[in-house]
Design a protein around this ligand. Structure first.
Ligand code: URA
Length: 241
């Protein structure tokens, strides 16, 4: 006997996954009566929807017609990678207000990290890029608070024991030592929370500056800080593998 598996999701999730808005926004739009399922307004965000059978419309537009959008943002430090901050601090959404489509960040950068952040409404693409099995390399420039020895850089290169397990081998290049600081480049194929900072802290040093300069083959190039551009087709294909 086969059990039929239907693609059931809550209405709130269907809307946010379609790239229409955040989950909080989706709930408020559903409550406001802007969403129809099979021609009838549904105001319960937790209602189950069968994506194979049910027809969902937002402001009388079918969800499927959302254009896929892929952005590359050069995030400055001091901006949160979240939609809204209860403390009112700036977020990456302040920098992409002119995009006109709701996009979600592909992974995260810490408040104090600057550099490349991809944002998209294509959830499959986002999952592919963030999945550790995909091994998409991400490269960071790091300024450490101490001079690091070759042996310490080897530790970063070979893998370091963190509280959530050993890190995978990393690409490490010493760039320069200036006064009391070592500047180096690190390429990771996993994206754990605060990973670079925690790796450097495991060497009894800490990160003074962190910039993500490359995702896969995509580099900052001439993109000015605080601005965004669309990814090219080749860049999207390169990451989507
Ligand atoms: N590693 C970190 O520690 N922080 C980031 O923002 C990205 C990678």
């Amino acid at each position: 006997m086969t059990t039929e598996k239907r693609p059931l999701k809550t209405l709130e999730r269907v809307l946010s996954k379609a790239g229409i808005g955040s989950r909080v926004e989706a709930r408020s739009w559903i409550h406001a009566g802007r969403v129809k399922v099979n021609g009838r307004v549904v105001q319960n965000p937790d209602q189950w929807v069968d994506m194979d059978r049910d027809r969902v419309r937002f402001d009388d537009q079918p969800l499927q017609q959302q254009k896929r959008v892929y952005l590359l943002l050069y995030k400055p430090k001091g901006y949160l990678t979240t939609y809204k901050d209860p403390e009112g601090r700036p977020t990456v959404y302040d920098l992409i207000a002119d995009v006109g489509t709701f996009v979600s960040p592909v992974g995260r950068l810490d408040l104090d990290t600057s550099g490349l952040l991809i944002m998209t409404n294509d959830n499959q693409f986002a999952e592919r890029v963030t999945n550790p099995q995909s091994h998409v390399p991400k490269t960071y420039l790091v300024k450490a608070s101490t001079l690091l020895t070759d042996a310490q850089l080897d530790q970063l290169r070979d893998g370091i024991e963190l509280t959530d397990g050993p890190t995978r081998p990393a690409g490490i290049t010493r760039l320069r030592d200036s006064g009391k600081y070592t500047h180096f480049e690190i390429t990771l194929t996993e994206g754990r929370n605060r990973q670079v900072r925690r790796m450097v802290e495991a060497l009894d040093s800490h990160v003074l500056k962190l910039v993500r300069v490359k995702i896969g083959e995509i580099a900052i190039g001439t993109l000015p800080i605080g601005t965004w551009r669309e990814l090219t087709r080749a860049e999207i294909a390169g990451l989507a593998g």
